[in-house]
Design a protein around this ligand. Sequence first.
Ligand SMILES: NC(=O)c1ccc[n+]([C@@H]2O[C@H](COP(=O)([O-])OP(=O)(O)OC[C@H]3O[C@@H](n4cnc5c(N)ncnc54)[C@H](O)[C@@H]3O)[C@@H](O)[C@H]2O)c1
Length: 248
Amino acid sequence: MDFTGKTIVLAGAGGIGAATAELLASLGARMILLDVVEEKMKEVLSTLEGEGHTCYVCDFSVVESIEPLLAQIIKEQGPVDGYVHTTGIGAVRPLKMSKYDFMLRVMNINFFSFVEVVRCLTKKGSFNAGMNIVGISAVGAFIGNSTKTAYCASKSAMNSAVRCLAKELAPKGIRLNTVAPGATDTPMAKEATDYRDGTDEQKINAMRQYLGTCQPEDIADAVAFLLSDLSRMVTGTCMPVDGGKLTS
Ligand SMILES: NC(=O)c1ccc[n+]([C@@H]2O[C@H](COP(=O)([O-])OP(=O)(O)OC[C@H]3O[C@@H](n4cnc5c(N)ncnc54)[C@H](O)[C@@H]3O)[C@@H](O)[C@H]2O)c1
């Protein structure tokens, strides 16, 4: 895989985002990072091979702020060759506390912002021929978890949107896919206060991932494959990277 001369926008400078940025930069890509926390992006930028990488602060909970920011980015950095959406919040909350404002915040950050970025980047002049897009979904979209209704719904929405957008954007030569990680060793996973901690459901879930916990690099490898020409006949689908969870 060779991304020399390609410009890739990557949202989310957390565990999976950092590993993906590092891999893509090592394969020659120029990275443009987006995150609400500037220090995280600066830290990731300092680890990247190559030159010309940059970052922009954005808050994906304010979906209306995305269009002007992307217009500025395209003006300053030129058209892009790829987009990776790793931005997400874990959002563990029981139904009785899952009021509309909470559901909306999760959907804004995990899903509506994804569609908005795709909408903006697929405008004429914003992308180069052969642009590829990858969203980070989750196996929870398929198996569901108690107390994760908002989270799992936002990831299912992303999988479903990609199936539609792949068809709509194929005439422009754009491919879109998602990667569905199983439990992955990142700050999000470590810091999550889980209402299911210690429950049978959680123990069974962990056992189902029979190859063990994923590392962020495992997810990054799948993203790079889906962004590359090696996957030129793959679009509109979801690739689980889940240590076997969906097969058990
Ligand atoms: N870690 C896992 O076990 C796991 C499993 C399945 C799916 N995922 C998904 O993978 C993706 C990356 O997860 P991670 O483990 O690297 O998480 P992480 O928390 O390390 O990274 C998420 C990033 O999103 C950013 N972010 C949060 N709210 C934001 C906002 N309002 N605006 C802009 N940026 C914002 C955070 O600052 C952070 O850098 C997420 O979408 C997550 O749902 C993770």
